[in-house]
Design a protein around this ligand. Sequence first.
Ligand SMILES: N[C@@H](CCC[C@H](N)C(=O)O)C(=O)O
Length: 291
Amino acid sequence: MRIRFTKMQGAGNDFVVLDETRGALGLDATQYRFLADRHFGVGADQILSVRPAPGEGVDFQYVIHNADGGEVEQCGNGARCFMRFVREHGLTDKDQVRVQTLSGVIEPRMGADGRVTVDMGAPIFEPQRVPFDTAGLDPQHDNGWHTWHLTLGTHAESAKVSVAVLSMGNPHAVQIVPDVDTAPVAKQGPAIEHHPRFPQRVNAGFMQIVDRSHVRLRVFERGAGETLACGTGACAAVVAGIRLGRLDSRVDVQTHGGLLTIEWTGDGAPVLMTGPAVTVFEGDIEVPDAP
Ligand SMILES: N[C@@H](CCC[C@H](N)C(=O)O)C(=O)O
């Protein structure tokens, strides 16, 4: 099957975007993996499918697959690219749309400066809704909130990390590190992603606090490995930092791929994420038939 695609990036987190508004392409996990493959396919951290509204009150549906082929609930950098895509392809002339995702409705809005702001909804803190299994674990109380000690690996090789756990529609475990450049992302990332306390796996964030309104962040993403930026990871890290009393309500997040601005005024309020969304190129590709 030959399909048309658009390659996009948001702060270096890159996507293959598919227009499925006139009918679903019916791709399976092996075909999503093929599109994401940087040697044999197009190359991307996630595949984003733009689909028609599933019902009243929303403009579109947004379906996200990680590079490993698994469907996921949310993708922040992708949401900004989604907005630019529907505008550039004439699928809407609105400046702001309501989009149904697997984890709820988000609202991206085009800014006059070309950046996109997304209302990502309110963060979720209840461990069972992350999901995060806390059986037999004691929270480490810290400034009115808490973190959790996780043991990674076994025996002599084991390490203990302290993580804040929350969901932005998708699961995140965030640790505060002294320096992101030396943080053990490649070693600890996979161990945190697959830690048995996260039954649906987890995105692992490493945040360096520069001052109350600036952080540096690296994220080892579930199903994609370390990416140049993770939008929901930036939201989760800033929310964790605010709840732990270390950050103000508006924070610039420097990632390896670009700058994101995150705003959150506290419990129950939605998280606002602002950043770039760029079209890289468009093309056609022959996708091998599903086995
Ligand atoms: N890159 C994304 C997050 C994509 C999904 C994530 N890997 C997961 O499995 O939850 C972002 O910008 O938020």
